[in-house]
Design a protein around this ligand. Structure first.
Ligand code: FAD
Length: 438
């Protein structure tokens, strides 16, 4: 490697994963973040005198790279993540329930058993879901070409009830894209990772602290303790390229020399940095084609005695999709309701949305009083849309410019826009940098 710093731009989970894994390999980094805080799309925000998250997140046991990164930076994982066997309990507004519980059996028996014993489905519906599970196990769900999840489920003879109670809510939660547009290829990949290898992969992991404590803060400590630097409020606005090689980046009028630069930014923030370079024009215009989906989280503070029957309750046939009990984070009475993807709620003012959500909860829990305080957080570009064939447009970590790399949940990881996708892309990027410089 020629002399010069290694710079990572963007301190979301992808940038942090890149910076930590480079640091671990003995390469100290300079990490520049435009915001005043780290964590990107998964970070703490204030709410009254509490800290909550910019959006309620859920982890699963198959998030191997994320868990391994947390271990690297010294996080006490059982202390910050509550691990529970897969259990989906969902309720319709009339109180009718759908329940799926995975027993402690080896994979994929736990999946098949949970489908066999699922409540709220007919025997025929259970059997068609089991057939889908068996095909997944036997590798018979490989697609010749990508199709939408709704089309895929139709071809697999999944009924409307099954779709409404199980597959569509999973699709929205995993893909943040409506089933009519979402990529079946990506969905099948996630199902396989969660259900085929080890029973623990399908575990649900709930954060017991705010998201910044789960990874970003400990990651920054690790980077700084190992000779790296993290600078906030530094928006990188231009790349410096000499011939076919990166030589540095600019923030305002400050030049930061670098021989390796990783842009760990969303596509819409990456493209403007690339488009003036002839060798990167095609990549920039590819990134401009990405579409985005929102996620809305409604926090409702009730008296401390209010509790959900489970840490996460599915809400069926309503605007709210999943309700989380923040008791797990030591915030009794605080309920977070998540609404993934676009919908009519995005046109409503916050007051209307809060009314609708609290009425939906009151229908299910008539003894609950009115919430005493509420907050709505709308992340308009929460994730890229995991559309049919999107995998074909996702860029690799390497670019046409020597020493310039991309990381981020949108790169080629095979995953939808998730924390694990972001972390994988960062770790993958580090492997490629090391391969090239060694
Ligand atoms: C509300 C919500 C709920 C979600 N729920 C889940 C979930 O339950 N489970 C799950 O796995 N995933 C979930 N996700 C997705 C997950 O949070 C993202 O996939 C992941 O955080 C993306 O990380 P990233 O590092 O790729 O991008 P980002 O987090 O966007 O990081 C990019 C960083 O770059 C910075 N930046 C931008 N431009 C510049 C510049 N010019 N110079 C310097 N810095 C710059 C940004 O400020 C940001 O910090 C959710 C996302 C949201 C928003």
């Amino acid at each position: 490697m020629n002399s010069g710093d290694t710079v990572v731009v963007g301190a979301g989970w992808a940038g942090l994963a890149t910076a930590v894994s480079l640091t671990r390999a003995g390469i100290p980094v300079k990490l520049y973040e435009s915001a005043r805080q780290i964590g990107g799309r998964a970070r703490r925000v204030p709410f009254q005198d509490l800290t909550v998250d910019n959006g309620q997140h859920l982890f699963i046991g198959a998030y191997r790279e994320t868990l391994s990164l947390m271990e690297t930076v010294g996080v006490d994982i059982p202390k910050v993540l509550l691990r529970q066997p897969l259990q989906l309990i969902s309720k319709y507004q009339d109180g009718k329930a759908f329940t799926l519980k995975a027993p402690r059996l080896p994979a994929p028996m736990h999946l098949l058993w949970s489908l066999l014993t699922a409540q709220g489905l007919s025997a025929q519906e259970r059997w068609s879901a089991i057939r889908l599970g068996l095909k997944l196990k036997l590798g018979r769900l490989k697609l010749m070409q990508d199709i939408s999840i709704s089309k895929f489920l139709h071809l697999q003879n999944q009924s409307d009830t099954l779709n409404e109670a199980l597959w569509y809510p999973l699709c929205l939660a995993i893909m943040n894209t409506h089933p009519q547009q979402a990529s079946a290829e990506i969905f099948i990949r996630v199902l396989a990772d969660a259900f085929l290898h080890q029973q623990q992969d399908s575990n649900l992991l709930y954060a017991r602290t705010d998201l910044s404590d789960v990874l970003p803060d400990p990651a920054v400590d690790y980077i700084e303790q190992h000779g790296g630097q993290v600078q906030l409020g530094q928006r990188i606005s231009r790349l410096e390229i000499d011939g076919n090689r990166i030589t540095g980046v600019w923030s305002e009028n400050n030049f930061h020399a670098a021989s390796q630069v990783v842009l760990a930014l969303p596509p819409y923030a990456t493209a403007p940095l690339l488009e003036s370079q002839p060798a990167l024009k095609a990549l920039a215009s590819n990134l401009q084609q990405f579409e985005y989906e929102p996620i809305c989280t409604v926090y409702l503070q009730y008296p401390e005695s209010v509790q959900l029957p489970v840490p996460m309750l599915g809400l069926l046939g309503s605007i709210g999709q999943w309700a989380f009990d923040r008791q797990i984070c030591d915030q009794p009475g605080l309920i977070a309701v998540v609404i993934s993807s676009s919908g009519i709620h995005m046109d409503w003012p916050n007051s209307q949305l809060v009314d609708v959500i609290s009425t939906e909860l009151a229908n299910l829990f008539p003894t609950w009083p009115q919430p005493t305080n509420t907050q709505v957080i709308r992340e308009k570009r929460a994730t890229f849309a995991s559309l049919v064939n999107i995998n074909q447009s996702r860029p690799t970590n390497q670019t046409a410019i020597e020493g310039l790399w991309l990381a981020g949940d949108f790169t080629q990881t095979g995953y939808p826009a998730t924390l694990e996708g972001a972390v994988r892309s960062g770790v993958q990027c580090t492997h490629q940098i090391l391969e090239q410089i060694n």
